[in-house]
Design a protein around this ligand. Structure first.
Ligand code: AHR
Length: 514
């Protein structure tokens, strides 16, 4: 009887405060560490692969869309809206076969090559260094160039840096002037090779790190443009690669990369469809995605041993979901649709990076247009914004904001006796003292009620935005391009000093507290 009365009293109290007993308690605390969520975590990656550069950004002169030169301006405008902070180019695997001199000067006389990595198609080099830097200027984004270490020479990389950044008169800088750019471009983010353990030369970490030092030494800092040299890092869970690079290269690099892709099945020979999957495959996909947290934690711990002051950044310059290609498309072009599942992956991964912002100071989604987990898909003159694009739009509020530590015990999302955390989140406060909390409910069947205490932070109103859809497999298609879009969220309120919210199943919510 006593028990029954207690239960009754608890449920009345619960109803009074508007939350059920399964409420998850969250604590967000003002932080003295002054850690910032670098805007560069929201970086993008565009490779000469499939229809990313050609047909994505750089289109046929006859195509009936607004263009500058051959750069498609509807794509540029959409990307400007989400403030992309940097753009990595020209690869990927392509970078280690790219010879920059082929991509400058009059277009008609540029050499043609075969893109051996991606579909064996002809590359006419019409999009080269100047075109890329013009694109970055239009996007108001910082270029991040991946130099060729795999098949290029130390001299070739050194000359590319001189061509881009040197203000003195030299034969190479005169060539830049002849090609229409008298002033140095001042490119600072500089990758030394890509996936040097694989497509970038199949090296050992010992061989790579010794060679890194040669390439990096002659890639000079010209006055006013100190390079941020980024070494080619680990393939996912290869912790030895990080150990060797930290030991041999250490602070001679600005950053060390990490590549980790989410495969729905975990199997490279049958990765799974982008649009047709059941709940079990969804669960598996999210489990694989959330592994990023553990992988980043382990690489960071190794880096801490050699660099306690965290000077060297962990640069996750390739991440995202990699599925089988859309039926009927070129397998070498890596074209895949983008569903609500992709949005949940993007939002969860960005929460992981935000919460590791002490070490992860740059990341690049693979890839911007028409390839892998794209932000934008195009079909001739048409273009659409994917659910992943909308996540980057929602999350842009975290760029360069102060990190706020967030603590909670997530409810489980369980299937067949296997569990993953259903809730993930991150928080920041911007320069106007506005607090943003991004919350992801991965459970496709249950809502999550949260009750948040904010310590040392003042706020009086809450508003929000949400991305959700009826089914995990829902996509934006050229027939229905706005099926998934951001809408206002009314499920949050202030009760006393606490923030209450109900997060619908499979949703991404960003709350703004002022
Ligand atoms: O993003 C596609 C490819 O994935 C990149 O070219 C390569 O670096 C990685 O294996």
């Amino acid at each position: 009887m006593k028990k029954l009365l207690l239960l009754l009293a608890l449920s009345v109290a619960g109803a009074h405060y508007g939350y059920s007993q399964s409420t998850t308690n969250i604590t967000i605390t003002a932080d003295d560490s002054k850690l910032t969520i670098s805007r560069h975590i929201y970086g993008q990656f565009s490779e000469h692969l499939g229809r990313c550069i050609y047909d994505g950004f750089w289109v046929d002169p006859k195509m009936q869309v607004a263009k500058q030169d051959r750069i498609r301006l509807d794509v540029v405008e959409a990307l400007k809206k989400i403030h992309i902070p940097n753009l990595r180019w020209p690869g990927g695997c392509f970078a280690d076969e790219y010879h920059w001199r082929d991509g400058i000067g009059p277009r008609a006389s540029r050499p043609k090559m075969v893109n051996t990595n991606w579909g064996g198609v002809s590359e006419d080099n019409s999009f080269g260094t100047h075109e890329f830097l013009e694109l970055c200027k239009l996007l108001k984004t910082e270029p991040y160039i991946a130099g060729n270490m795999g098949s290029g020479t130390v001299e070739e990389m050194a000359k590319w840096v001189e061509y881009l950044n040197c203000g003195a008169e030299t034969t190479i800088t005169n060539l830049r002037k002849q090609n229409g750019h008298p002033e140095p471009f001042k490119v600072t983010f500089w990758g030394v090779g890509n996936e040097s353990w694989g497509c970038g030369g199949n090296m050992t970490p010992e061989f790579y790190s010794d060679n890194y030092k040669r390439y990096a030494t002659y890639a000079r800092d010209y006055p006013g443009t100190p390079l941020k040299r980024i070494a080619s890092g680990s393939n996912g869970k290869d912790y030895n690669w990080t150990e060797v690079c930290m030991k041999n290269i250490g602070k001679r690099m600005w950053g060390l990369t990490l590549h980790w892709y989410t495969l729905p099945t975990g199997n490279w020979s049958k990765k799974g469809s982008a649009t047709q999957f059941d709940e079990k495959e969804y669960f598996n996909t999210m489990k694989n995605c959330l592994e990023m947290d553990d992988i980043v934690t382990k690489h960071s711990a190794i880096m801490d041993k050699y660099d306690a002051a965290k000077k060297v950044a962990l640069v996750v310059d390739e991440w995202g979901i990699w599925t089988d290609v859309e039926p009927g498309t070129n397998p070498g072009f890596l074209y895949q649709q983008n569903s609500l599942r992709d949005a949940l992956i993007a939002a969860s991964t960005l929460n992981i990076f935000n919460n590791h912002c002490d070490r992860v100071r740059m990341a690049n989604l693979a890839q911007t247009v028409n390839v892998l987990q794209a932000l934008i898909l195009t079909d001739k003159e048409k273009m659409l914004l994917t659910p992943t694009y909308h996540v980057f739009d929602l999350y842009k509020v975290h760029q360069d904001a102060k990190y706020l530590p967030i603590k909670f015990e997530s409810p489980d999302y369980e299937i067949d006796g296997k569990k993953i955390p259903a809730l993930n989140a991150s928080a920041s406060v911007d320069s106007n003292k506005v607090i943003h909390i991004s919350l992801v409910n991965l459970d496709p069947n249950k809502k999550i009620s949260i009750k948040t205490t904010l310590k040392g932070l003042s706020w009086s109103t809450v508003s929000g935005q949400i991305l959700n859809s009826e089914k995990l497999t829902d996509v934006n298609s050229f027939q229905n391009p706005n099926k998934l879009k951001i809408v206002g969220f009314t499920g949050a309120s202030k009760q006393g000093d606490e923030l209450l919210a109900d997060l619908p199943a499979h949703s991404v919510v960003v709350l703004t507290l002022k």
